[in-house]
Design a protein around this ligand. Structure first.
Ligand code: ZN
Length: 386
């Protein structure tokens, strides 16, 4: 009897392997200011606290100085991140905003402490570094990130990349060449009844820790949706995204870090899109064909240069504004009609809870939940028949 109990325990424990990293996303679309914040939540509380304090401060300052102004110009705050895990011993994080404000964190998982450059470099190293970057300020405040091969020093709007081999270092960093397995997903066959009502649910700004739960729910009702994702989250949510694709859902491009693309130059617009296409292709073996502009802002530059299909929506659930599953579902169920493209966000728990009401209710009304590309195909076929 004892043996059986132990065996079951092991299965339970191994089944509990949780993702230890999540990305917190906050998108606010106000009349005269736009806010997009993405930052990592690790399982290290001390590190999280530091990052959250910093992000909150930047946001508060922005709200106070830019969002209360009665002007016709729109102000934008975009906070993005870079995350690196080194030998499963250290975490290196860069938090950056578009007005060149940045903060770096180098965290020792074992010591549970944030280290500065003096903690990790010998005095010889520091001399070498000072000579390389021509530094004459306080080294303790130096912003840097590290990966398995390089140290990146951020100074006066430039980044200096220096090989770690040049230093002795007080800490040990192993060069490891992690060859990531490319996820391959199996395509699923689907049957769509053209005589029945259809609906295309779309989710922006994800993936997040709620995305997998949403896909589970969709699967339960034989439903599919389209997820317009951010490029900077692809590597972290690789498994979720593979599961999402294998369940027959579609992935669309929603830029790399949710930059407002209406006022940017062509190069930056295309970089945001290409960087996202590339990271999706590299990690998931999948090529999106749809693009949803951030904040729903489309301009001619976009129409002329973006090779992907630009997809907006015709029913906005305003989930981010209502913040209440009952309100979200009531609003949607009142307005929904055949062939609607619906805007939601898979970054909120209340949206997931609203879906638990919406999906069964619409299923009951005879709706089929299809992807945006499937809807486009359906429209093409029916237009030809006319
Ligand atoms: Zn968005």
């Amino acid at each position: 009897m004892k043996k059986i109990i132990i065996f079951i325990m092991i299965i339970l424990l191994s089944g509990c392997k949780k993702t230890t990293l999540n990305i917190k996303t906050e998108i606010i679309d106000k009349e005269n200011c736009l806010i997009s914040i993405n930052y990592p939540i690790t399982k290290e509380n001390k590190l999280n606290k530091e990052i959250i304090t910093k992000v909150k401060k930047i946001k508060k300052d922005f709200l106070k100085t830019k969002c209360n102004l009665e002007t016709n110009t729109k102000h934008e705050l975009n906070i993005d991140f870079e995350y690196k895990d080194i030998n499963n011993k250290y975490i290196s994080i860069l938090i950056k905003t578009y007005n060149n404000e940045l903060e770096t964190y180098f965290y020792d998982k074992k010591e549970k402490n944030i280290l500065n450059i003096i903690d990790i470099m010998t005095s010889n190293d520091l001399n070498t570094l000072n000579n390389t970057i021509k530094n004459n300020t306080n080294l303790e405040d130096l912003n840097f990130t590290i990966d398995n091969e390089y140290i990146y020093v951020y100074k006066d709007n430039y980044i200096k990349k220096i090989e770690l081999d040049k230093f002795d270092l007080k800490i040990k960093i192993n060069k490891e060449n992690i060859i990531k397995e490319k996820n391959t997903y199996k395509k699923v066959d689907k049957i769509i009844d053209y005589d029945k009502k259809v609906i295309a649910l779309t989710f922006d700004d994800g993936p997040s820790k709620y995305t997998k739960k949403i896909v589970d729910l969709l699967n339960e009702y034989d439903a599919n949706a389209t997820f317009f994702i951010l490029g900077n989250k692809v590597e972290i949510y690789n498994e979720t995204l593979t599961y999402l694709l294998e369940s027959g859902n579609e992935i669309g491009n929603h830029s790399y870090n949710h930059k407002w693309l209406k006022n940017v130059a062509k190069e930056e617009l295309l970089e945001q899109i290409t960087k996202t296409q590339d990271i999706i292709e590299k990690n998931l073996n999948y090529t999106p064909t749809l693009f949803r502009p951030t904040y729903g802002s489309v301009n001619n530059l976009m129409k002329e240069n973006v090779k992907l299909d630009i997809v907006l929506w015709n029913l906005d659930t305003l989930d981010w504004k209502y913040k209440n599953s009952k309100k979200i579902s009531e609003n949607l169920l009142k307005k929904v009609k055949d062939k609607d493209i619906i805007l939601m966000h898979d970054t909120y728990e209340y949206t997931y809870n609203a879906l638990k009401i919406i999906i069964p209710a619409l299923k009951e009304e005879g709706y089929q939940f299809i992807t945006v590309s499937e809807l486009k195909k359906l429209n093409e076929i029916q237009n030809k028949q006319k």
